[in-house]
Ligand binder design. Structure first.
Ligand code: NAD
Length: 444
């Protein structure tokens, strides 16, 4: 029996272990999940909604335990981890109701009805950066639609997933929600097994592999992949508001957020003032372990990710970018709040998702140049423009699933959706909830 050990990224101390689900165990796991699906799917939508809402209510007494585990396993500051756990649990009943409503049958005309039927077994494969929220976004609609679910959480955050699933299973019927622990190998074995859908949140590279492996069974896919979100700051922008957003959105979760601001294009006429103010604000951020007070940038999740950020910064400075804030030397596992300017299209920092606490700035001479560079990416998750008159017209030209003017992307009951290679299929909103169901048109 092999085990997976979870470590605190700040101290590298062991937090706990889980048993790995081997590739040989996957067929039996899927078979029990198929069996559970059969009876789960015979319940009415209202019954499934009620059971799932009750299960989420049952999480309330362990909310703080979940928040602490999130912080311990992936390093997020405790306040943010509390928001993540609290949001997931406290909105549970509301979302269960919204999902059930979206999945109710609709009469198209007097003889024809549109029904949202279960698909079967859904594999939810989730990342570490929001370990509870990202798993939950896909689990809940899949369950209420009448599917059974096998969650394959990130190998960085197995304990949060185990606590979450075990607690829900004190209320849910047997085997309707199960866990497959392990790394990429476990994920791959699950994708090729006898399941019906893969709902995935993670990197573009893994998404491509999953898509290839899912092809032979023509399995349904929801792909919530990476981003390299641009921000355009126009000359007529409210500079202070733009600075606040740029810094907060680049540093949130130590920059380890799919819609973190990754590239900032600022009008050259206000570029120097913008940079001065960004540096002044960025200096106020405190880096450290999650359990120290006032820390708002935690550790980078692992050594590989830490090295990737350093490589991008070294590449940029070697090609002429100037470091405005940040140390020359970044001891593991932290990255000091970093502000860098003079970014050009040939730099790794511009081309790839960084996933670190870095504000990366370029000055532009014309708005067409800014739009063209913002769109020159295989990704298209979010894009933001700060400006006065003309900002809405710029927003209309940005190639992303979620675009916002003078604010961050997403929010409310809108779908969380990527364009280009940031994915397809999505969650959130009635249209998102319906991605987890088979549409059946029935004429009687
Ligand atoms: P990752 O792709 O390395 O891993 C995600 C999950 O997939 C893990 O559980 C992992 O074990 C599994 N996995 C990896 N390769 C696999 C394969 N070939 N087959 C099956 N399973 C596989 O991503 P990560 O490092 O955990 O997360 C960070 C990435 O997730 C970033 O790119 C970020 O932008 C993205 N992300 C996107 C969203 C979104 O909503 N679009 C949200 C959060 C994170």
């Amino acid at each position: 029996m092999s085990t997976l050990t979870s470590y605190d990224p700040s101290t590298h101390e062991e937090i706990g272990t889980v048993t790995i689900t081997t590739t040989e165990q996957i067929p039996a796991l899927v078979s029990s999940s198929q069996h559970a699906h059969k009876s789960w799917a015979t319940l009415s939508l209202a019954q499934r909604q009620k059971i799932v809402a009750n299960a989420y209510q049952h999480l309330a007494p362990i909310q703080d335990q979940l928040a602490k585990l999130i912080s311990q396993e992936m390093g997020k500051d405790y306040q943010r981890a509390t928001y993540e756990a609290g949001g997931t649990i406290q909105n549970g009943a509301y979302f269960a109701q919204e999902i059930a409503q979206a999945l109710s049958s609709e009469n198209i005309d007097r003889s024809t009805q549109l029904q949202y039927r279960p698909l079967g077994v859904v594999a939810v494969i989730s990342p570490w950066n929001y370990p509870l929220a990202m798993a939950n976004n896909l689990i809940m609609p899949a369950l209420i639609a009448g599917n059974s679910v096998i969650l394959k959480p990130s190998e960085e955050t197995p304990l949060v997933a185990e606590l979450f699933v075990n607690r829900l299973n004190e209320i849910l019927p047997k085997n309707v929600l199960q866990l497959a622990q392990g790394d990429k190998k476990t994920g791959q074995a699950l994708v090729v097994s006898d399941i019906h859908m893969v709902a995935f949140t993670g990197s573009l590279a893994a998404g491509k592999d999953i898509m290839a492996n899912a092809a032979s069974g023509l399995k349904r896919l929801v792909m919530e992949l990476g981003g390299n979100d641009p921000m355009i700051v126009m000359a007529n922008a409210n500079i202070d508001a733009a600075v606040q957003f740029a810094v907060a959105s680049s540093f949130e979760n130590a920059g380890q957020m799919c819609t973190a601001t990754e590239r900032i294009y600022v009008d050259a006429r206000i570029g120097d003032e913008f940079e001065r103010k960004v540096v002044a604000l960025a200096r106020r951020y405190k880096v450290g372990p999650w359990d120290q007070t006032e820390v708002n940038i935690g550790p980078i999740v692992n050594q590989k990710q830490h090295q990737k950020i350093l490589t991008q910064l070294q590449d940029a400075t070697a090609k002429g970018a100037q470091l405005l804030l940040g140390l020359d030397h970044y001891p593991l596992p932290f990255i000091q709040p970093t502000v860098i300017t003079g970014i050009t299209p040939d730099m790794l920092l511009e081309q790839h998702e960084t996933f670190g606490p870095v504000v990366a700035i370029s000055h532009f001479q014309s708005i067409d140049e800014a739009i063209s560079r913002a769109n020159d990416s295989p990704y298209g998750l979010g894009a933001v423009v700060f400006g006065g008159q003309g900002a809405n017209a710029v927003a209309e030209q940005l190639e992303a699933g979620m675009v916002a003017v003078n604010q961050g992307v997403g929010g409310g009951n809108a779908p969380w959706v990527g364009a280009k290679q940031s994915g397809f299929g999505f969650h959130g909103s009635a249209a998102g909830h319906r991605q987890f169901a088979q549409v059946r048109v029935i004429s009687k």
